[in-house]
Design a protein around this ligand. Structure first.
Ligand code: TYD
Length: 203
């Protein structure tokens, strides 16, 4: 069987991680071999990089931040995603290339062409077969995150509005790959929509 690479994207607090886990259970229940991973922070070195990216309290330049996310991505793709997909597994990944476009590109204002080029280098050009963007307004997502915010979550309302617009723009550019789901619905309603989309990919 052909493997699949599916990514989960959206604002902090959009509920993507919950949906990813629900889909993993659904697919495992259908007999598929499912692998879960995340960026930043795939198992091993990625966990160290995640600690720096989210908790380092000194100054981090925008470019350094991007390169750290990209280093983590290369490691995830080379050591987890590609081997699993080649074995015919379904890989579900919490955040991937579109996060860097939305957060470092639209959010921080780095050059989008450069980010696309760097993303390509990090992934070897492999794109996800399918991407879910869980769309939610920034006020609601920040409320869900609560008062204990990490370095990225503390970047401010305007930053997070730009991130949201970035995701919606990406979805317009690649409607076949990127499916936008209204993340203000209930967890069960969202799961139903995810499953409807998935049926077109792996029955
Ligand atoms: P995540 O673990 O998904 O946090 P949460 O569970 O709170 O959504 O992502 C960590 C943070 O890293 C999140 O704020 C988005 C940010 N990020 C980027 O800015 N660029 C990237 O390329 C990636 C992968 C994540």
């Amino acid at each position: 069987m052909k493997g699949l690479f599916i990514t989960f994207e959206g604002a902090d607090g959009c509920g993507k991680t919950t949906q990813m886990k629900m889909l993993a259970e659904f697919l495992s229940g259908k007999g598929h071999d499912v692998v879960l991973t995340r960026e930043p922070g795939a198992k091993g070195l990625g966990e160290k990089l995640r600690g720096i990216l989210l908790n380092y309290d000194g100054m981090v330049s925008d470019k350094c931040e991007s390169f750290l996310f990209l280093a983590d991505r290369a490691q995830n793709v080379d050591t987890i995603v590609n081997p699993a997909v080649q074995e015919g597994k379904i890989v579900l990944c919490d955040r991937h290339v579109d996060s860097t476009v939305a957060y470092q590109g639209y959010g921080r204002g780095l050059d989008l062409n450069e980010i696309n080029m760097l993303n390509n280098l990090a992934t070897g050009g492999r794109k996800p077969d399918l991407t879910f963007v869980f769309d939610i307004d920034v006020e609601t997502s920040m409320k869900r995150v609560g008062s204990e915010k990490d370095r990225m979550e503390s970047a401010g309302i305007e930053f997070h509005n730009r991130v949201r617009q970035g995701y919606l723009e990406l979805a317009k550019q690649e409607p076949n790959r990127i499916k936008v789901i209204d993340a203000s619905l209930s967890i069960e309603e969202i799961h139903k929509k995810v499953v409807e989309v998935i049926r077109g990919y792996c029955g």
